[in-house]
Design a protein around this ligand. Structure first.
Ligand code: PMV
Length: 357
């Protein structure tokens, strides 16, 4: 659809479903808005996703502004609406079609809000994909995925840094790294290297150790890297870990994969503790879970490791072919450390899908 054809009374509706992602190499610290200080790498999930629709009616007069209604799981959400309004305002020059329009955004998650899964990643990815789809309609440039996905990744990044990786399925990198061709800080890219079959359908069982809201937001966390005493060492470490992780994924080296993934998770939390702010988001049961995983691995040689995001919950990573053994271990040893026997079984996914228009 081009230009004026869109100026009808009926709203135009687009909707996307986008999964969340879990970082194996952590993005921690940013500059000039949402540009990362170090490259990162994640796995896009499958079952943990957001669905976001935009109903858009152009040709109203709001003095160059727009009128927004936001519903989360069918209910108004004032705090989140304010964040989206700010986000859309920041895009008004880039997405001029938003000016003088009425916009209804509705969103829902497949996972409970309290689960400690990065809902901002799946939300901003699904919103950005919907915005990029609308833009494609109005620019007349079409919606070829070759154009749409990098554009959506850029728009998602401006909402929440890690969201730019959720636009693609599988293993995804973001940030300039010499060994990844065309890598840049502005958009994420699916890994072009063919990963070893050991990592196909990699499992991620999330132990919900604590459902409470984080005491420190990720924005405040990124901020602590500004004048962190280990800033430069961290940037170098992330680059080295990226290269080691790429090697592990390509060759199927589980030991290397697991040592890099755990090193990144522990580094993230060590950076929080050693920042001037000096805080920890870990729970005592997070540490107990780590101890149990290490013991089990030592005793049995099992291929299981963990990663942790900016919170207390533990992501258990293991190959699809080991699922039965790991599920036994999880229910016998780990599930007691969660709140209300709460775990979410997820795995690597194919990426977002368009669900409307
Ligand atoms: O996208 P943000 O600003 O919520 O930051 C996410 C930071 C981590 O989840 C800790 C790491 C990552 O790379 O996803």
């Amino acid at each position: 659809m081009k230009g004026n054809e869109a100026f009808t009374e009926d709203p135009i509706e687009v909707a996307w479903r986008s999964p969340s992602n879990i970082a194996l190499i952590k993005y921690w610290g940013k500059h000039n808005g949402q540009l990362p200080i170090n490259p990162s790498l994640s796995m896009t999930l499958s079952n943990s996703f957001s669905e976001t629709s935009i109903k858009y009616r152009p040709g109203r007069y709001f003095g160059g502004d727009f009128h927004l209604v936001f519903l989360f799981e069918g209910e108004p959400n004032i705090a989140f609406e304010a964040r989206i309004k700010k986000y859309l305002h920041s895009l008004l020059e880039e997405l001029a079609f938003l000016k003088d329009s009425e916009i209804i955004i509705e969103s829902q998650n497949s996972f409970p809000h309290s689960a400690g899964i990065a809902s901002s990643a799946s939300f901003f990815s699904s919103l950005a994909l919907s915005l990029a789809t609308l833009e494609g309609m109005f620019s007349g440039k079409g919606r070829a995925t070759k154009i749409l996905l990098p554009r959506a990744s850029h728009l998602a990044r401006l909402g929440s840094g890690s969201a730019c990786r959720s636009v693609y399925g599988g293993f995804v990198s973001w940030g300039k790294l010499l060994s990844i061709k065309r890598s840049n800080d502005y958009t994420a890219m699916p890994l072009s290297l063919k990963h070893h079959p050991l990592f196909s359908g990699l499992r991620d069982t999330i132990l919900i150790i604590d459902e409470k809201h984080k005491s420190v937001s990720s924005s405040a966390g990124h901020e602590t890297m500004q004048n962190h005493p280990f800033r430069f060492a961290r940037i170098q470490q992330a680059k080295n870990n990226m290269n080691r992780m790429l090697l592990a994924l390509e060759t199927g080296d589980w030991k290397l994969f697991s040592s890099v993934a755990e090193n990144e998770a522990l580094t993230l939390h060590a950076l929080m503790m050693s920042s001037e702010k000096g805080f920890s988001l870990l729970h005592q049961n997070t540490l107990l879970a780590i101890e149990k995983i290490h013991k089990f691995r030592q005793e049995t040689g099992a291929r299981i490791c963990f990663t942790i995001d900016a919170g207390p919950n533990v992501h258990l990573l293991y190959p699809a072919e080991d699922e039965n053994i790991m599920q036994n271990f999880i229910s016998e040893e780990l599930v007691q450390l969660t709140c209300r026997d709460y775990k979410i079984d997820d795995m690597m996914g194919q990426g977002p899908i368009q669900i409307f228009n």
